[in-house]
Design a protein around this ligand. Structure first.
Ligand SMILES: Nc1nc2c(ncn2[C@@H]2O[C@H](COP(=O)(O)OP(=O)(O)OP(=O)(O)O)[C@@H](O)[C@H]2O)c(=O)[nH]1
Ligand SMILES: [Mg+2]
Length: 676
């Protein structure tokens, strides 16, 4: 292989679907680079990865694992991302600061779809990436089938760099298509160089030709050699590969087994030779090459007594502990190894570093010595898809809960929280049920808060169908001052979406001017809970007549009279329940579009239309209307129907009358709740 000038510190993000072996690969790389002496496992606990209580409890990654290592004299930071679609915000944040991504997947063509979201994101953002087909020890599909199935989801050509060597059912090694050298794998040990077995020679030659042809598409000199039947040298091929990864023209594909440490050295060598460095990545991101330190925060951790830690990639300049960035003094700089942080006094451009106590700095922030310096763009946080109503088991913990949630939302911008404006319930929003359960675990583990959760209430409303005129008199004579107020109200339904209108047609001062606002007040108070138990909307109330008493009338008396008139009149106005209807745009692979029809009609919704999703080959966008009461677990069902990749966006559309049995159930449940 061509000799290489040592590079500056680089960052590789390890991404891919749930449980495909990313953390296993991360630890295998750390072993190879001698950053650790012994790796762990998913079952018994990893040595560096998944060290938080939430990750240990679930045997999955729940946030990005960060580790630094040195390979052949060059510095690396690896960002092992969680695969769960519900934790995708973490992966997006890590990818935004990576020089390249290693996309891990399994050799299983039937699950290619699960890799689609990450491939599409990398394509969209032009992030150079390498494919690592893992678990070759238990491969379900052939490498070729896997690659063909994955290609559907990638704009860039996926180009095989190795072919497997089979022995019966088992894969026992690989042939490198550039050097044309064959290696026999040995679990946990370096591979052994062997002769290319006769059984793979044809396959090897065919795959090598495909590799060269793919490279020739982006390399005129190579194309010319091929046309003239000149076999290019290994060096030419490597140069072409380096250029193609750095410019994100192709996606080279490697194979191996993270658990058995097979194929890892080859992957690392490709990263070493082909992965771009920080200045090139900074250029891709449009960061100018000015003076002074420029860094970007991609992860925030509130670590108990250690306080807030901001993980940042340094794009340019050398950072020192104690320096001022964004008007805040860096108080402790650390190199990160999983849950372990080692204090350092200085860090160079390209490195990833955890900065202590940058309290006003958030994930995504650009850090510079000049607080008004350039701002590097950062994607918006994901919109929430799932909510639970939560409260602290102990009432005294409510204030502590808000503080803790503010910290967790700082750490994970894809959660949000706050009271529902209609129901008053305290809601926690996130990307799915597991995401919220992990968040609730964090509240327990890090803040000692015991949380109870429930399905959120639906903010039903009510209105009336029939107008009425209602007279009511409030009169009380007891001791000193009496109370007297007398009103005639016209209560009328209004069209949907009109809200509430209050008027008066009082002439001759039958209700003195100063008492009219009190009448309106009394009406409004009543409207927060109508005859069916919900907020009343879309009505008009007109004060048409009334009487007063020179001594006993007061604002309070008129307010009470108005409230009484509403209480007496409204039940006779033919009250009706209104339920919120949402407009939902579902995005999913078109092979599932026909199933959506059943899902939506089963949830009392209807389809407004569907179309192919622009720029997403093979995906549809289905526009539907759905009652809010049917949306709570929509994301759960949609994901289970679409191998986890279906998603949606939504907005409130309108209120719609609900009658019959469904309405009766809602009203009787509300009665029972109010009686408690
Ligand atoms: N057979 C086999 N199993 C593997 C291999 N690599 C990982 N696994 C197993 O796959 C499971 C998941 O491994 P992890 O590395 O934790 O997967 P992950 O991709 O990090 O999972 P998330 O981060 O939760 O998405 C574990 O049971 C591993 O033991 C491999 O090369 N071969
Ligand atoms: Mg993992």
């Amino acid at each position: 292989m061509a000799s290489k000038t040592p590079s500056g510190p680089r960052v590789a993000a390890i991404v891919g679907p749930y449980l495909c072996g990313k953390t296993a690969l991360f630890e295998s790389i750390l072993m190879l680079t001698e950053a650790i002496g012994r790796k762990g496992s998913s079952k018994e606990g990893y040595a560096v990865g998944d060290g938080t209580p939430e990750a240990k409890k679930r045997h999955m990654s729940t946030e990005v694992n960060v580790a630094t290592a040195e390979y052949l004299g060059e510095a690396w930071t690896f960002l092992d991302c969680p695969g769960s679609v519900e934790m995708i915000q973490e992966s997006i944040n890590a990818l935004m600061v990576a020089d390249a991504a290693v996309v891990v997947c399994e050799a299983d063509a039937s699950r290619a779809l699960t890799v689609a979201p990450v491939l599409k994101f990398l394509d969209e953002k032009d992030i150079p990436h390498i494919l690592f087909i893992n678990k070759m020890d238990t491969a379900i599909s052939s490498v070729k089938e896997t690659l063909t199935a994955l290609q559907v989801h990638s704009k860039r050509p996926l180009v095989l760099r190795e072919v497997p060597i089979r022995e019966g059912e088992n894969i026992i090694g690989h042939v490198d298509l550039v050097s044309e050298r064959a290696f026999e794998w040995a679990p946990g040990k370096p591979s052994k160089l062997i002769e290319i077995p006769g059984t793979v020679q044809d396959r090897e030659a065919e795959a090598r030709t495909e590799l060269l042809e793919s490279l020739a598409d982006f390399d005129d000199a190579l194309l010319e050699s091929l046309l003239e039947d000149v076999i290019p040298s290994s060096e030419e091929i490597y140069n072409s590969l380096t250029n193609d990864l750095q410019r994100s023209f192709i996606v080279p594909a490697f194979i191996g087994s993270a658990e058995q440490d097979n194929g890892i050295r080859r992957l690392m060598k490709a990263l070493r030779h082909e992965c771009p460095e920080a200045p090139a990545t900074a250029e891709r991101l449009g960061i100018d090459s000015g003076d002074g330190v420029l860094a970007q925060v991609f992860k925030t951790v509130h670590a108990g007594h250690a306080g807030k830690m901001s993980f940042a990639r340094i794009w340019r300049g050398d950072a020192t502990d104690g320096m001022t960035l964004n008007d805040e003094r860096v108080s402790g700089m650390h190199r990160v190894m999983g849950q372990k942080h080692d204090k350092v006094s200085k860090a160079n451009a390209g490195e990833v570093i955890a900065l202590g106590r940058m309290d006003s700095v958030h994930t995504g922030a650009t850090l510079s010595e000049n607080a008004n310096g350039a701002v590097i763009s950062w994607p918006d946080a994901l919109k929430p898809l799932f909510a639970l109503s939560i409260h602290a088991e102990h009432r005294d913990d409510e204030v502590k809960l808000s503080g803790a949630l503010a910290k967790l939302a700082d750490q994970d911008p894809s959660i949000s929280f706050g009271p529902d404006p209609d129901t008053g319930e305290f809601l926690l929003w996130g990307q799915g049920e597991m995401h919220l359960l992990v968040t609730i675990d964090r509240l327990m583990d890090r803040f000692g808060l015991n949380i109870l959760s429930d399905r959120p209430r639906i903010p039903y409303k009510e209105t009336i169908r029939k107008p009425i005129s209602q007279h009511s008199r409030h009169k009380k004579q007891s001791g000193g001052h009496g109370e007297f107020g007398d009103v005639h109200l016209d209560i009328k339904p209004l069209p949907r979406g009109s809200g509430f209108q209050f008027n008066d047609t009082i002439t001759g001062g039958v209700v003195p001017k100063q008492y009219i606002p009190a009448v309106e007040h009394g009406v409004k108070d009543f409207m927060s809970r109508g005859p069916l138990g919900f907020t009343v909307v879309d009505i008009s109330v007109t004060l048409t007549d009334g009487q007063f008493h020179a001594v006993d009338s007061s604002e309070m008396a008129f307010k009470k009279a108005a409230g009484q008139a509403m209480r007496q009149g409204m039940p006779n106005c033919n009250p009706v329940l209104l339920e919120p209807i949402f407009k939902v745009e579902i995005v999913l692979p078109n092979e599932f579009t026909s199933k959506i029809q059943r899902l939506i009609s089963g949830r009392r919704g209807h389809i407004l239309g569907f179309d192919a999703k622009q720029g997403w080959n093979g995906w549809d966008e289905v526009s539907v209307q759905l009652p809010q009461s049917e949306m709570h677990d929509l994301i759960i069902e949609l994901r289970s129907m679409t191998q986890g990749v279906g998603t949606f966006q939504y907005e409130f559309d309108h209120l719609q009358e609900l009658s019959g049995k469904d309405a009766d159930t809602v009203v009787s449940q509300r009665e029972a709740a109010l009686a408690n």
